[in-house]
Every structure is written in C-alpha cells, then in structure tokens.
Design a protein around this ligand. Structure first.
Ligand code: 13P
Length: 391
C-alpha cells in the first residue's frame, strides 16, 4: 500500500541516493535555522528502480495499447468492426496472449478497461502479461482539452483524484503509468503551453512514484507542421529543459522514471524528409543535452511514422552506446499490421499474433542495433500520420 514517509530533515542527516531524502536547513531571515519537512515516496523507491530497470532491459520495449475507448474505436473501424466492449476485449486478448511476446516486450500500457478486464476464458489480462514477465502499465491521464489563453493549444487533465486512482491501479497489478500531453509546433508553442505541459507531467510523476508506479513522462511534440528538423530540435530542447526543471522541483527520483519522447524529425509537411541517420543524430543530440544519465530508459513513441520507419530510426539510434536504454513504446507502429492481418476473424488470430511477434522482434533487434529491413512488407512501409491525431 502507498505510505508516503514524512521525513524530518536536518543538516546533519543523510540517506540513500535512491530515496533522494535530502537534508537542508532553511534560513528565514533571522539567524536561526528553520527545520523543513518534505513528504517523500521513500517506501517504494527500491521497487520503482527495479521496475524501471526491468522495463528498460536489453532487447525489449513497450507495447502501447492504451487507446481510450474512442480511439480504440477508430482502430476497430479501420477493419470494419463496431466499437463494442466485446470487440475491444477480443482485440486486446489477441495482443496480450501472443505466445513468446515476453521475449521482446517488457511492459504493456493498458487502458483502464483492460486493466480490470479478463479474457473470454476468465483469465485476468494482467495475469496474461505477468506470465510472460511483461510489466502491466496504465494510462492515467484524462485526455486533452483546450488551454484558455494560449494559441489554440491544449492541456492534459487528470491530476484530481490521481493519488487514489493510482493506489487502486497498483492493487490491480499495474507497476508503471503513462501521462501523455502534447506540444504543437505550428501553434507556437506558447510559453504558457510548455510550462503547463511540464508542470502537469512533473506533478503526475511525483504522485505516481508516491503510489508505486514508475511514471512514463511523455510530452509528445506533434509531427504536425511544415517546419524543419532544426526547429523541432529547438522546441524539443526547450520542452525537455522545462520538464526536467519541474521534475526536479517536485523531487521526482530520476532513477525511477522512463521517458517517452517524440523523435526529432522535420514536420510531416516539410518539403524534405530526413533519413534515419539524421533523425538519430538530432534526437540523440537533444537527449544528451537534456536528459541526465540517471534516467534508465528512453522509450520512443512512433507518432504516425510507418512501422518500418519507426524501427529503422530506433536501429540508427542504437549504433553506438548510449547513457540510457534506448527503446520503443509504440502503439501505431506495432499494431498496424496486426489489425490488417486479424480483420476481426477468429480464424485469423494466429496469423495476427505472428504479425505482432514479427514487429516486436524487429524492434527488439533495432534496440540492439541489429535490425535489417530486408524482407519487410509493403504495409510496414506505409505511414500512419493523421493531422491533429488524438488518443
Ligand atoms: P504511437 O505514437 O506510437 O502511436 O503511441 C503514442 C502513445 O502515447 C501510445 O501510448
């Protein structure tokens, strides 16, 4: 159970670097020192570090299937299925019961419905994951709404009640969480939108850690726009600087978080495309400038890239050693060919699971820097970018 420790701090005490329990005296104008007390998530710190390391383990990454019911409905509609609970269950069951998945997948982000759901034969979905040594995760944000006072930008809701929801998710078996907020380059981004995104992520991260969940920190910089890769680099540096500033201000333990950045690419409508080597160079430059090596894993989103592009870019980023585990947390770039193979037909489940395993294996090889695109299907090469995409 969650039990935040109330730590009395003074100048002489010291403690573990994992708990980050710091000692300091605060001067309040007079010469006498004022004792400062800070509420810390000490009880979970070792577990958080262990969970993050398990997820960031060599040759493995995250299968993101945390689409809200509305977004899952879009996936199902693409193969002519109705958005019913039974169809969502059948689809997620197919994914989570894929034999051998745990070899390539270390964690899976679920939507609340799936976290509390069972398969058609009555087995909990979380148990299907645990059996394969895959850590169950949960999307905890409540989605995006317009941000008043901004340039038509948005902010992410979900802090109200987050502590109690997180404690429930932990009881149900979740060990990591995800909060996705977005930053739009064509809209500015405004200083207000960046600050709001960074602050929200930091509050969420602190609350997650306090309840035993490793927070995935995801300020998605949208692909929308005709800007150059240099502009994306500049914006990404600005956003991550602010995110880490507030993470530190909220006493978040960096060893117990994971990041989910967008790759640094030109905007989707830019006149020139960048090759994987260029994307890797810009993305790693940005990360090395902004992300401390205490962070165990960088788990990229695919953001509308084709399955093959996402894999090639990841492969390019793993051609030399990095200070962190550099891997994937793809939704669209892992699910596209599965949906096409499945078509909602029970007789296609096996071939659809093989399609998932093939993509998971390709990305596992890319994580190890050993992927070859030879023999990839035409479908894997098709981009999935949709303007103004929502989750
Ligand atoms: P993709 O961009 O890979 O579709 O996923 C983003 C995401 O946040 C899913 O958890």
């Amino acid at each position: 159970m969650a039990s935040a420790s109330f730590v009395k701090l003074n100048a002489s005490s010291s403690s573990s670097p994992w708990t980050g329990q710091r000692s300091f005296n605060q001067r309040s104008g007079s010469s006498s020192a004022v004792r400062v007390s800070v509420i810390r998530a000490g009880s979970y710190s070792e577990e958080l570090v262990k969970t993050a390391k398990t997820i960031a383990s060599p040759g493995r990454g995250i299968l993101a299937i945390d689409e809200s019911n509305a977004t899952c409905g879009k996936r199902l509609a693409s193969i002519g299925l109705d958005n019913t609970e039974a169809n969502r269950q059948a689809y997620r069951q197919l994914l989570l019961t894929t034999p051998g998945l745990g070899q390539y997948i270390s964690g899976s982000i679920l939507f609340e419905e799936t976290l509390f759901q069972s398969t058609t034969d009555g087995k909990k979905m979380v148990d299907c994951l645990r059996e394969q040594n895959i850590v169950p995760g949960i999307k905890v944000d409540k989605g995006l709404v317009p941000l008043p006072g901004s340039n038509n930008e948005s902010w992410c809701q979900g802090l109200d009640g987050l502590a109690s929801r997180s404690a429930e998710y932990y009881k149900q078996g979740a060990r990591f969480a995800k909060w996705r907020t977005v930053v739009s380059i064509p809209c500015g981004p405004s200083a207000l939108a960046v600050k709001e995104a960074a602050w929200g992520l930091a509050r969420y991260a602190a609350i997650s850690q306090d309840n035993g969940l490793v927070p995935i920190v995801e300020p998605e910089i949208l692909l929308d726009g005709d800007h150059s890769i240099e502009t994306t680099l500049e914006v990404a540096e600005r956003v991550w600087a602010e995110v880490f500033y507030y993470l530190a201000e909220n006493n978040v333990m960096f060893e117990g978080i994971l990041l989910k950045p967008s790759m640094v690419t030109p905007g989707a409508d830019h006149k020139e495309k960048a090759d994987p080597e260029t994307i890797a160079k810009y993305t790693l430059t940005m990360l090395k400038r902004r992300v401390p090596p205490a962070v165990p894993g960088i788990m990229f989103l695919s953001g509308g890239q084709s399955e093959m592009e996402a894999t090639l870019n990841l492969h390019a980023m793993n051609q030399s050693p990095n200070p962190w585990h550099v891997s994937f947390s793809y939704a669209r770039a892992l699910q596209n060919s599965v949906l096409k193979a499945w078509q909602g037909r029970p007789e296609n489940v096996e071939v659809a699971q093989k399609a998932l395993l093939a993509r998971a294996k390709a990305n596992s090889l890319a994580q190890l820097g050993k992927y070859s695109a030879e023999g990839e299907s035409e479908d894997a090469k098709k981009g999935m970018f949709v303007k103004g995409y929502t989750y």
